[in-house]
Design a binder for this molecule. Structure first.
Ligand SMILES: [Ca+2]
Length: 269
């Protein structure tokens, strides 16, 4: 009898320990991917085919693609009060891109705006304050997304590879391959470097991936599918594209190609 009680006690203790272990492990698994909350929204001109997006101070800097239509624009984060004024508000500054170029990713470094072109193998450099054109630099491959880690420019080309470039002559200094649990993550598009990590849109997906710039490993994902659904978009090319870190708000502005809105999202954990 005593033996039987001891066995029961042992089994019970084992069961309790297992349950405690499971209880302890479960939140850790669920916490792997960051969650977000929408803390603000504003209008986004639906004519903009967003390819690059960044915030500097109180303004957005955005590049818009397509041949014969490519633009570089600057506009304030704060919006006018009335609905009509919001829609009709002019850009603070606007620079047309020569018609032979399809504008792509945009990055800011040391007062210069660096603009990629899709298949024209040309990096265009503009003065941030005036948007005046300064120079062009040739490079190999396609241009998709661009960001800066404060020292170098980081480019995506639609593959799973990210290229680190010297800003002076745009020489490639390093490349990384982006993988999620051992599988290549291709179609990497718009980029944003924040506090040691690269955040990337993945073309035609509603996920933003957080990448370790040393290993290339995806260390987190945010799914913005529910946010996109609220817009009732009709065109399959109106994809999520555009991530800009707002230092003042400590949050990300996100938008998409020809989206009517931009959203300020804060990572909650
Ligand atoms: Ca960006």
């Amino acid at each position: 009898m005593k033996q039987s009680i001891r066995v029961k006690q042992f089994v019970y203790a084992l069961l309790c320990t297992s349950l405690l272990l499971i209880a302890n492990l479960t939140p850790a698994v669920a916490d792997e991917s960051p969650h977000y909350e929408v803390i603000a929204e504003r209008t986004h001109k639906p004519t903009l085919f967003t390819q690059g997006l960044l915030v500097d101070g109180d303004h957005f800097y955005e590049s818009s693609g397509l041949y014969n239509k490519s633009l570089l624009v600057v506009y304030p984060i704060a919006e006018p009060a009335s609905a009509w004024a919001k829609i009709s508000a002019p850009f603070t500054k606007k620079q047309s891109i020569p018609s032979q170029y399809f504008a792509e990713g945009l990055a800011l470094l040391n007062g210069k705006l660096y603009l990629l072109t899709w298949r024209e193998k040309t990096l265009l450099v503009y003065d941030k304050a005036t948007l005046n054109y300064e120079k062009s630099i040739s490079y190999n491959g396609e241009g998709w997304g661009l960001t800066s880690n404060g020292e170098q420019l980081i480019r995506s080309d639609g593959s799973s590879r990210l290229y680190f470039h010297n800003a002076t002559d745009f020489t490639v200094t390093k490349t990384i391959n982006v993988t999620d649990d051992g599988t290549d993550v291709s179609q990497l598009n718009e980029l944003e470097f924040v506090r040691g990590f690269i955040w990337a849109n993945v073309w035609h997906q509603d996920q933003i991936v957080k990448i370790d710039p040393d290993s290339g490993h995806v260390v987190g994902k945010i799914d913005l599918g529910d946010l996109k659904k609220t817009l009732n978009l009709k065109d399959s090319e109106q994809v999520l594209n555009g991530i800009a870190w707002d230092e003042k708000q400590q949050a990300f502005w996100v938008t998409g190609k020809q989206w009517p809105k931009m959203f300020l999202i804060r990572i909650t954990h």
